[in-house]
Design a protein around this ligand. Structure first.
Ligand code: FES
Ligand code: FES
Length: 152
C-alpha cells in the first residue's frame, strides 16, 4: 500500500511503484477527469500538477509521485489562477468535444501561477505540448489572456 497526497487528501493505493500515475488516478481512485490520449507523453491529455508543476501522468511512475502534492482537474478549483481560468474558459466557450480540456486547463493554470501576464509566445511555449484535435487553440489563447486580465 502506498499513500498519496491527492487534491488535499490522503489516498491509499495498491499498485506497483512503476505503474503510471494516470492509471492509479483513473482505475484505482476513479478520478477519471484526467484523460488518456497517447500514453507516451506527447499530447498533454493526462496532465496533472505534481508539486506545483504540470506533468504527464501517463509517463510519471507512481513512485515519482509519492510524498508530493498531486492536483488533478477534480481538485483544481482552489486558488485564484484556477478560478480565473475556469471562469474565462466558460465565458469564452473554449470547449468543443472536451476531451483535451482537463489537460489544457491544468496547463493554463500552471502557466498563470508562474507567469500571471504571459505573452502569446509564452502561451505557445507553455501550451505547445497540449494537443487539441478540435482545434480550439485560438480560444484557449484568448481565455488565458482573459484569465490573466482578471488576475491583474
Ligand atoms: S496521454 Fe499522457 S501525454 Fe498523451
Ligand atoms: S476540445 Fe476536442 S480535443 Fe480539444
Amino acid at each position: 500500500m502506498t499513500t498519496l497526497d491527492i487534491n488535499g487528501s490522503a489516498a491509499r493505493v495498491d499498485a506497483a511503484a512503476d505503474t503510471p500515475l494516470l492509471w492509479v488516478l483513473r482505475d484505482e481512485l476513479q478520478l477519471t477527469g484526467t484523460k488518456y490520449g497517447c500514453g507516451q507523453g506527447l499530447c498533454g491529455a493526462c496532465t496533472v500538477h505534481l508539486a506545483g508543476q504540470p506533468v504527464r501522468s501517463c509517463i510519471t511512475p507512481l513512485a515519482a509521485a509519492v510524498g508530493k502534492k498531486i492536483v488533478t482537474i477534480e481538485g483544481i478549483g482552489q486558488g485564484r489562477a484556477a478560478q480565473a481560468v475556469l471562469e474565462s474558459w466558460k465565458r469564452l466557450d473554449v470547449v468543443q468535444c472536451g476531451y483535451c480540456q482537463p489537460g489544457q486547463i491544468m496547463g493554463a493554470v500552471a502557466l498563470l501561477e508562474k507567469n500571471p501576464k504571459p505573452s502569446d509566445a509564452d502561451i505557445d511555449a507553455a501550451m505547445g505540448g497540449n494537443l487539441c484535435r478540435c482545434g480550439t487553440y485560438v480560444r484557449i489563447r484568448a481565455a488565458i489572456h482573459a484569465a490573466a486580465q482578471a488576475l491583474a
